[in-house]
Design a protein around this ligand. Sequence first.
Ligand code: DX5
Length: 227
Amino acid sequence: MPQPLIVPSVLPANFARIGEEVELLCAAGVDRIQWDVMDGVFVPNLTFGPDVIAAARRHSTVEFEAHLMVVNPDELLGRYVDAGCELIIVHAETTPHLHRTLRRIRELGARSAVALNPHTPVQTVEGVLEELDMVLAMTVNPGFGGQAYIPAVERKVRALRELIDASGLPIEIEVDGGITDATIAGAARAGTDVFISGSWMYTYPGGKRAAVNLLRENATHARTEKP
Ligand code: DX5
């Protein structure tokens, strides 16, 4: 079983110094960096356009993933791939032709992923497993950092783990929202591979490197425990 991946959301970063912030995250030993792209319509918040990400790209030694919380992801896929994102996450709730969208992401040269809001069932991805490199199970309702983790989503993660293992396909499971040194254990035991952390990592008293190491240790330890 590969090492758990620890991936920060840059939502809490100081946007006036985003390049330096990216360098600090890389120095802290993160595995990738996630950009929470929000359009103020699908979610009640507004954040990064592709130009901001492109400007930050040269400051990073790790991959970028774009989490597109937007109503029209199909129109924006190429912009975020061109900005330097190696992994593009669309929401099942905004992609009526999900199979075609995931294929398009791969045609553009990026890896493909779909995010499921807390209410969206696992069955949503059963017909597109072959088109997927990752499934993101949202553990908060998207739009803002600093929200409380929703433990009920662990049922969905366990069901995703079973479905993916039965398929034999190399699909990552990611969780995003309310991940801390405490909540990461439940998500890890349920079968998660990739953990997004924003506010907890940015406010950890010991600093980002210690936060990354603690999350990785806790996720690794939790996986050895019985579910
Ligand atoms: C929600 C965002 C947040 C963010 C992480 O739309 O996607 O989940 O990335 O936020 P924290 O770790 O602060 O809950």
